[in-house]
Design a binder for this molecule. Structure first.
Ligand code: AMP
Length: 547
């Protein structure tokens, strides 16, 4: 009898994995497979990638699936698109000799309509990333009522990335769940908490050492175009509403300008840079230390010697040149036994530097997607609800008004209150993110970059087409030397002209001047608002560019 058969794996699956070349089970497979095959026991496997964990849950899942029933029976939830595709590919090779089992992968950044079509054809096992899974559930495209098994793969990663609510939602809405299997490389308190809330006396297995030292910081990076850097930063902040973070820029000017823009947009942030006097510096630091300030934007020089407890995120708005500086930056989080996240916003040009840093740090770096507008809104919503339930209502002045309030609410039902509350809190986000662009650089985009550039933006001085409208290029005699960078410039022209962001296209900023693309219909309004006006004692010149 083959070693896998001894664990209870059936003949068809054994045949397939023998063909792949698995001769004997790995440790996690040996420990997990017999238990998972019972189908009724909750399980926690502390195991890293490379231990054979995919087969450890995949084989039992395929064996427990009933091919005669066409509805979804199992969900595998994992943090990234890459892992989702890998798991799904592995499942396809394991089930080669098993008839009648359909699996399907759904993940962000790809057409949802194709994925929905696939689900509609009938699938029993769905492999999904959390955000896209919720999208699919929202569209009522999947029936959760007969899900028997849920696998959370790389649970620590998913919680680090802010998917707690999404995962809990799924766990709460699968009434026929018979067992849940959680795999994680580490066991931070958040993972423990989820397991306590949703699992019944799980059997726990640890493979190798759970390395706390290297896993206290999760290194993540996001690949975006240079012109999207600021927007990406805002998305990351908005997606982490409870963030208590330190943001690093390379220059003093950047620190100042990003701070100005973020403050203008209502973020709780201040800057720390070399131009501040000692008392000003102390004041900023005191506010940050006492958490009256949520975000601190600093240059490496200014941040020297800062030791603040409990920083949840370090964000590299720009990468440092020196990998050692990266480790100084990231080391501000994940201290004293706590876990932390170090995020880097990286442009294609900087990618090789990112690789160099990764080699230097000797820890795995995760390439993640900048969350979509919908994901941000959902996150904000649940955060607000969490905050509401966590509020201390044991005492308060409001008691005096309670009877008057009760009267006011007498004829208002619960649903209306929820709706009103949501509207009040979220309209800003919903509006802002309603048509939010995908900020991630996709492979196809990179391949077709040259063509796209011409097609989308048009060359300066010519009329191009973008977002379905005709664009004109405007010349303006303001540029980097005036202290602008793209985001602050954008803010400036929009504030001055009272136009909406959507009318703008590409911004090509040089030291002395800038070429700005604008929807033809709005061009004259923009010129009228700016041409001839003064900026810092200089007359602004703006006209249609004929370069
Ligand atoms: P995983 O930890 O699931 O990402 O698996 C790591 C690698 O080990 C994958 O390439 C698997 O195909 C391979 N693998 C998994 N189980 C076995 C096994 N029992 N024998 C040999 N290779 C395996």
């Amino acid at each position: 009898m083959n070693e896998f058969e001894k664990l209870g794996v059936d003949a068809q699956l054994t045949k397939a994995i023998q063909e792949i070349g698995f001769e004997k089970p790995t440790e996690i497979q040996e420990k997990a497979i017999p238990l998972l095959l019972t189908g009724t026991r909750d399980f926690i496997g502390l195991a890293q990638t490379g231990t054979g964990k995919t087969a450890a849950f995949g084989l039992p899942l395929l064996q427990l699936t009933d091919p005669s029933k066409k509805h979804p029976q199992a969900l595998v939830i994992c943090p990234t698109r890459e892992l989702c595709m890998q798991i799904s590919k592995d499942f396809i090779s394991y089930k080669k000799h098993k008839a009648g089992i359909q699996t399907c992968a759904v993940y962000g950044g790809a057409s949802i309509s194709e994925q929905l079509k696939e689900i509609k054809k009938g699938v029993q096992i769905l492999v999904a990333t959390p955000g896209r899974l919720i999208d699919v559930i929202d569209r009522k495209a999947i029936d959760l009522s007969h899900i028997h098994y849920i696998v959370l793969d790389e649970a620590d990663e998913m919680l680090n990335m802010g998917f707690r609510e999404d995962i809990e939602y799924v766990l709460k809405h699968t009434p026929e769940r018979q067992s849940s299997w959680l795999f994680s490389a580490t066991m931070p308190p958040e993972v423990r908490e989820v397991s306590k809330r949703f699992m019944k006396t799980p059997h726990e297995v640890t493979i190798g050492k759970v390395n706390m030292a290297s896993s206290s910081i999760d290194h993540q990076y996001f690949l975006v175009l240079h012109s999207n850097r600021y927007e990406a930063l805002k998305r990351l902040i908005d997606f982490n509403p409870g963030i208590y973070g330190l943001i690093f820029t390379r220059t003093k000017l950047d620190a100042q300008q990003i701070t100005e823009s973020l403050v203008r947009e209502g973020y709780d942030v201040d800057a720390l840079h070399g131009d501040l006097s000692q008392p000003q510096r102390d004041k900023v630091m005191a506010r940050f230390r006492t958490k009256q300030l949520q975000l601190l934007i600093a240059t490496d020089v200014a941040a020297r010697g800062i030791d603040v407890k409990g920083i949840s995120h370090v964000i590299n708005y720009e990468l440092p040149d020196d990998p050692e500086i990266y480790t100084h930056r990231s080391g501000r989080t994940g201290r004293a036994g706590l876990t932390g996240i170090c995020m880097s916003i990286v442009t294609p040009k900087e990618k090789s530097r990112m690789d160099q840093i990764e080699r230097f740090v000797k820890a795995p770096f995760h390439k993640l997607d900048i969350p979509s507008g919908t994901e941000v809104c959902r996150k904000q919503f649940f955060h607000f609800i969490d905050k509401m339930f966590a509020a201390d209502i044991s005492h308060g002045e409001y008691e005096t008004y309670l009877s008057a309030l009760k009267e006011r609410f007498e004829n208002v039902d619960k649903e209306e209150i929820i709706k009103r509350m949501a509207a009040l809190e979220f309209n800003r986000f919903l509006q802002y993110y309603e048509n939010a662009a995908d900020l991630n650089i996709r492979k196809e985009e990179k391949a077709g970059k040259k063509k796209d550039k011409f097609k989308k933006g048009g060359e300066p001085g010519r009329e191009g087409f973008a977002k379905g409208g005709k664009y004109k290029s405007l010349f303006i005699n303001l540029g980097q030397k005036d202290g602008f960078y793209k985001a602050s410039f954008l803010q400036f022209v929009l504030d001055s002209s009272n136009l909406r962001k959507e009318v703008l296209g590409k911004i090509d900023m040089k030291n002395l001047n800038t070429i700005l693309e604008i929807d033809s219909a709005s061009a004259s309004k923009m010129i009228k608002a700016l041409d001839g006006k003064m900026y810092k004692g200089r007359k602004i010149k703006m006209n249609v560019s004929n370069q």
